[in-house]
Design a protein around this ligand. Structure first.
Ligand code: GDP
Ligand code: GDP
Length: 436
């Protein structure tokens, strides 16, 4: 289970400075491995061995002073819906502003844990200035300086205490695939879900979350049993229209983190857009399987655009993660939706496949011998042995004499070979080199 922490607060209190501090250590490692550009508003962090994701909910309203109450409300609603713990940041330099009052009013009604953090407490003089924040009616607070990191340790200690404990998976239970249908507003997510599962009569059980609200529902359709992870964006559709990319994408965070396979729905009449890219990136970053459904294919003039052209264009956008199934569907005509479901199940199987060490070495070592890593500074890397790690997503280790001399292109080469030989369609895989 992934925990999500949201940082809320008006502009300029220091949210992004604090956010960067939280994700720094880990991100540097993760991103150099995957080569994925880093998101300014979403990342992974860890404290005392507990992992969590962080959302800077102010990502959209950067730096503007004349933001509206509606904007703040939206930011807080995002946090309330998507997060397990909320950190409310205020600024000791400015003191309590009307907008802080506004946020506090919203947060006082929340049942989720809220931590009040008074930022920019750079020295002990400012400690007593912080006292006024008791007036926000949120109880005790933490004084921190996001810039230097002072005080953040205590805040983090309190934070991880509030995060629900990871529940050990039930050994006897058959793990059902967990799917999340995500995509931009109006892409046709609800239509696809309705076409696939019809009305509620197909619901098998409701699985109540441990300490959170239930977001999984089990279905049995077309011979497949699976869980559908509810997307807040769909659930609260009637209430708000998330037209801004930031909110729209962040609305998917929870669903993506709680599922195994992402069914990414694209509107064929609009093409693969920035928002789709961001969602795809979120899925990759979380090592989830992905199938792309290009919906509303009934609306596309087939003379002007063939599936082949369309598919090629999308794959260009997906670089370097191109081994992803792309299907052209229509929710209205119920075309190829079943194929979409089948593909999602197949990706689930691909993602949990285990390749025996002997078989892996039999196939990979001859390839490596025929095409060894290029010599670097006169050094010859010898890869002697490889194996799959017992991780939930496919990870492979190649043991060699000088791992530091194996560069990205060779890693790509090995990954592509493995994708040719084994079926990892739709599944991110990781390759590491270790000293032996
Ligand atoms: P955001 O709009 O809430 O994301 O705020 P930023 O993180 O962009 O910070 C706004 C300003 O406050 C920047 O000029 C930061 O350098 C400054 N700032 C952030 N944290 C601290 C801090 O701990 N102490 C001081 N003195 N300034 C800070
Ligand atoms: P959501 O916001 O992603 O859940 O999108 P909806 O399922 O509510 O669909 C948005 C609009 O697109 C609705 O008017 C649907 O009737 C329409 N729509 C959805 N799928 C299709 C499709 O395959 N073909 C056509 N022509 N319209 C579709």
């Amino acid at each position: 289970m992934n925990n999500i922490v949201a940082i809320v607060g008006r502009p300029n209190v220091g949210k992004s400075t604090f956010f960067n501090r939280l994700i720094q250590r880990r991100e540097a490692i993760v991103d150099s491995v995957s080569g994925v550009t880093r998101d300014r508003n979403y990342g992974k962090s860890e404290w005392n061995g507990k992992e969590f994701s962080v959302i800077d909910t102010g990502g959209y309203i950067k730096g503007s002073d004349d933001i509206f109450e509606a904007e703040i409300r939206r930011q807080v609603e995002l946090a309330i819906d998507e997060a397990d713990v909320i950190i409310f940041l205020v600024d000791v330099e400015e003191g309590i502003t009307p907008m802080d009052d506004e946020v506090a009013k919203l947060l006082r009604k929340v049942t989720k844990p809220v931590l009040l953090a008074v930022n920019k407490v750079d020295n002990s003089m400012r400690e007593k200035d912080a006292l006024e924040f008791y007036n926000l009616g949120l109880g005790d607070y933490y004084t921190i300086a996001g810039m230097s990191g002072s005080g953040t340790g205590d805040l983090m200690d309190a934070l991880v205490k509030l995060l629900p404990e990871a529940v050990a998976p039930d050994e006897n239970a058959v793990a059902l695939p967990r799917f999340a249908v995500v995509g931009r507003p109006n892409a046709g997510k609800s239509s696809i879900i309705n076409a696939l599962i019809g009305e509620d009569r197909y619901i098998v059980t409701d699985i109540a979350g441990t300490t959170r609200d239930a977001i999984d529902t089990t279905y049995n359709r077309f011979g497949f049993e699976f869980n559908l992870v509810d997307t807040a964006g769909i659930r609260r559709k009637a209430k708000v229209k998330e037209d801004l990319e930031f909110y729209s994408v962040m609305r998917s965070v929870r669903a993506i983190e709680h599922s195994d396979i992402i069914i990414l729905v694209i509107d064929a009449t609009r093409g693969f857009e920035g928002q789709d890219q961001s969602i795809f990136w979120l899925a990759e970053k979380n090592r989830k399987g992905v199938v792309i459904l290009v919906n509303k294919w009934d609306l596309v003039e087939k003379d002007t655009m063939s599936t082949r052209d369309y598919e090629r264009k999308i794959r260009e956008e997906l670089q370097p993660f191109t081994d992803v199934p792309i299907l052209f569907v229509s929710a209205i005509n119920k075309q190829r939706l079943l194929k979409g479901l089948e593909t999602a199940v197949e990706i689930f199987e691909n993602r949990k496949q285990r390749i025996a060490t002997s078989k892996l070495n039999e196939t990979m070592l001859p390839i490596i011998e025929a095409m060894p890593p290029p010599a670097l500074k006169g050094k010859y890397v010898k890869i002697k042995f490889c194996m799959q790690l017992p991780t939930p997503t496919p990870q492979f280790v190649f043991f060699c004499n000088m791992p530091q001399y194996v560069k990205e292109p060779y890693k790509r080469f090995l990954e592509n070979k493995m994708r040719e030989i084994y079926n990892f369609s739709g599944v991110p895989i990781d390759i590491y080199f270790r000293q032996k």
